[in-house]
Design a protein around this ligand. Structure first.
Ligand SMILES: *Cc1c(COP(=O)(O)O)cnc(C)c1O
Length: 377
């Protein structure tokens, strides 16, 4: 038996949906059609956002965000160093500089108490990354953004259906970005969504996503022709991707329930392990509902972590770690700014490991073997 780190789950109606794209007469296979609209309607209703635009990826959604904010050379964007490269790349592509912020030990999210000293005249935005699907302290981040006249962007790649107080992740900042990559809770193989919560970006987003044209207004018979209006690019997926995604949306409760069951069992078994070698992820604070995206553990040291990963691999269980902090990476040093000590980021990235968590996994085997490893360490 081998337990892969990830194994995306698809429902029976996925193939039916794909077939529907090809069976329809006349065929409509490009972006912006039937399933694209259905997916956007779903997100707008369920999450309560002004506008959803399904994109090729969360990376695309982040890149659109940088275009919407009109990010220019040498603008500064505050973000955690502990995140995926796309969070930074999207802004570096516009010539801006990521300014790396420290995280908190309790949830590995950006430390909202250490942001204000990073703000300069050049700062344009704060990016909140909801790590492991656990929401950042959005009330405080929002206050800081408003006070300093900054935009607040949510990298909610891991956080679909997570809730901070009464609001869904991705709908609290000016813009939210979701991912439907195969490693995420909801997947269309590759995919993402841009959630626009600030009305001022609605029209510009339409133009950017229609390759720089006002084609949306032409399609709605509001214009006789369409033409080039602004910069834009190809960010919208085909109907095939959207048809896969729609099946996942229709079955999202099943996905959440199954992940919750595995997450809770991991938590029950490992939070009470009482070993000095590893500590398990704990329940996020009360006002927060998370989406069981990830179960991670923190080892006593890098040495212990690396040995556990090796021993798990010997039992054919693939566990992984991430991220190499951006400020320590080649590109992060080249493009980013490190103004403060980021020792917690460095320490936690050396100690963290993630257990495999997917629908259909034999997680009881993972629990059994990891407990054995700890016992005989
Ligand atoms: C997965 C992920 C992304 C990238 O998502 P894609 O859909 O693969 O582009 C960005 N940020 C974070 C935090 C992620 O976890």
């Amino acid at each position: 038996m081998k337990i892969n780190f990830n194994n995306p789950f698809f429902f029976k109606d996925t193939k039916k949906n794909i077939n529907q794209v090809f069976d329809k007469k006349p065929r409509e296979t490009t972006g912006g059609k039937f399933f694209f609209k259905k997916c956007n309607n779903f997100l707008e209703k369920k999450l309560k956002t002004k506008k959803s635009i399904i994109t090729n990826s969360c990376t695309s959604a982040l890149e659109i965000s940088a275009l919407l904010l009109d990010i220019k050379k040498d603008d500064e964007i505050i973000m955690p160093s502990y995140t995926f490269v796309s969070t930074a790349n999207a802004f570096v592509l516009r010539g801006a500089k990521p300014v790396f912020a420290e995280i908190k030990a309790e949830d590995l999210n950006i430390d909202e108490t250490k942001i204000e000293k990073l703000i300069t005249k050049k700062t344009k935005a704060i990016v909140a990354v909801h790590y492991a699907g656990v929401p950042c302290e959005m009330d405080i981040l929002k206050k800081i953004a408003v006070k300093n006249n900054l935009y607040l962007i949510e990298d909610a790649a891991q956080a679909i259906f997570s809730k901070y107080k009464k609001k869904y992740c991705g709908t609290i900042g000016d813009i939210g970005c979701l991912s439907f990559h195969e490693t995420k809770n909801i997947t269309s193989c590759e995919g993402g969504a841009l959630l626009i919560n600030n009305r001022k970006f609605l029209k510009k987003a339409s133009i950017i996503c229609n390759k720089g044209t006002d084609r949306e207004f032409f399609n709605k018979n509001l214009k006789k022709y369409y033409s080039w209006k602004d910069i834009g690019s190809s960010f919208i997926p085909s109907e095939i991707t959207c048809s896969i995604l729609y099946s996942q949306f229709k079955n999202y409760q099943f996905i959440l329930n199954r992940r919750k069951k595995i997450w809770k069992e991991y938590k029950k078994e490992f939070a009470s392990l009482n070993s000095e070698l590893i500590t398990g992820q704990i329940n996020p604070k009360n006002k927060i509902i998370h989406n069981y995206h990830m179960y991670y553990m923190i080892a006593k040291s890098k040495k212990v972590r690396d040995r556990i990963l090796k021993l798990l691999a010997k039992k054919n269980i693939i566990s992984t770690f991430h991220y190499i902090p951006l400020h320590l990476s080649f590109a992060g040093k080249k493009f980013g700014i490190k103004r403060v000590n980021l020792s917690l980021t460095e320490e936690l990235s050396n100690k963290i490991f993630r257990l495999p968590l997917w629908i259909g996994i034999n997680h009881k085997y993972v629990i059994l073997k990891l407990k054995e490893i700890i016992k005989n360490f």
